[in-house]
Design a protein around this ligand. Structure first.
Ligand code: LCS
Length: 396
């Protein structure tokens, strides 16, 4: 199955990755194969397809040409063996957990990951006898000492949502492999343009493609990319039987969205660097966390494992929750909404929104302070964003 490269550079690959399955009319845009099932020429052919003796489509939950084109495209961008598109980012997370964890196994998960990724372990997988540890994965000693004989997954998100803390991917791959566990990296915040965890030793990388990859704030979806065939076949079996696959219309939309991924990511990143430098110096801002700032405690790691700093910023306004509310209720250009990675700037308050499902004590331990505001910087004119932020911060 392995993926053929469509270009040396990332910009070329973003534009051309994913074969066009339309041989009949030669349409340049990938068609939507909006069908639930595929006709067999004969009973024997049906049997051959089911047994795997013959390649070909059977039923859309098990595979579809539009979805396959998207899977191939992201697998190429991540430098993996193959991709599996899922109905949402959480379907990607839970499929990965379901694939590697059995009763009595143990998972290590970063303590400041997207709230529901943590909650699905605590509330759902624990019901099946899965043990877990939430660890500050920025601290490699803590990761090492949390490893147990029954640890099957080391799950990290880097940068983490919403603390923008980084985890050393290569070091974590070494630790996981010493214990025969897999390293799974949620690469949502970076997109394949800025970070490729498989190249740093991870076994599986996943994304909520709802964010940067689609980039237009109109589709929910996910993708899992494996480094090799063994991991891919396991994940594919579980995904197909559990049923969280992507629908062809959704696949067509996300392929359309991803063609501008590198343009959007690079422009938003430029804006984010300027905004972060402005926020860091602003008297109404206590601290600002962005990997591109020299003050980010892991700026050196960011330079080593990422090819850019992204467009996610966290900062603490003075006045705690009230200060944050004043900001969110009065800004004009950023939209007050959860989610991230779209072309427009979004602002939100993790403690009361994306991370509200976590217990307060755990939130604070993970660095999600009550006044933390998260900004997903978009592609607007940065002068407008700066002016708006400055005028609104003055109200605090
Ligand atoms: N992983 C990360 C890092 C995320 O930020 C999200 C969603 C998911 C996985 C789950 O993806 P979904 O199922 O929503 O496609 N993050 C969100 C956020 O920060 N605000 O709203 C959703």
């Amino acid at each position: 199955m392995s993926v053929e490269l469509t270009g040396k550079g990332m910009n070329t690959r973003v534009v051309h990755a994913g074969a066009n399955p339309d041989n009949e009319y030669g349409s340049v845009a990938i068609p939507i194969y909006q069908t639930s099932t595929f006709k067999f020429d004969s009973a024997d052919q049906g049997a051959r397809r089911f047994s795997g003796e013959e390649e070909g489509y059977i039923y859309t939950r098990l595979g579809n040409p539009t979805t396959a084109a998207f899977e191939q495209a992201i697998a190429e961008l991540e430098g993996g063996y193959a991709g599996l598109a899922t109905a949402s980012g959480m379907a990607a997370v839970s499929t990965v957990f379901m694939s590697y964890l059995s009763s009595g196994d143990h998972i290590i998960c970063g303590d400041a990951v997207y709230g529901p990724s943590r909650v699905v372990i605590e509330k759902e997988f624990s019901r099946f006898g899965v043990e877990y540890s939430f660890v500050d994965t920025a601290d490699l000693h803590a990761v090492k000492s949390a490893m147990q004989d029954n640890t099957k997954i080391l799950f990290i998100e880097t940068p983490a949502n919403p603390t923008i803390k980084l985890t050393d991917i290569q070091a974590c791959a070494d630790i996981a492999h010493e214990h025969s566990a897999v390293l799974v990296v949620d690469n949502t915040f970076m997109s394949p343009i800025l970070q490729n965890p498989l190249k740093l030793g991870a076994d599986v990388v996943l994304h909520s493609i709802t964010k940067f990859i689609n980039g237009h704030t109109d589709v929910v979806g996910g993708i899992i990319v494996s480094r090799d065939q063994r991991n891919h076949l396991l994940l594919r079996r579980v995904l197909r039987s559990m049923g969280g696959t992507m629908d062809p219309h959704q696949s067509w939309l996300v392929l359309r969205g991803m063609r501008t991924l590198s343009l959007r990511v690079k422009r938003a990143e430029k804006n984010a660097q300027i905004l972060a430098e402005f926020l860091e110096k602003h008297p109404k801002v206590k601290w600002c966390r962005y990997p591109g700032l020299l003050s980010h405690p892991q700026h050196e790691l960011a330079k080593r494992q990422m090819s850019g700093f992204g467009s996610m910023i966290s900062f603490e306004v003075s006045g705690g929750v009230e200060g944050g509310k004043t900001l969110m209720d009065n800004v004009k250009i950023p939209t007050l909404a959860v989610s991230l990675g779209g072309f427009e700037t979004l602002i939100q308050h993790p403690a009361s929104m994306t991370h509200a499902s976590m217990a307060e004590k755990q939130r604070v331990e993970a660095g999600i302070t009550p006044g933390l505001v998260r900004l997903s910087v978009g592609t607007e004119d940065v002068e407008d964003l700066l002016e708006d932020m400055d005028q609104t911060l003055a109200l605090i």
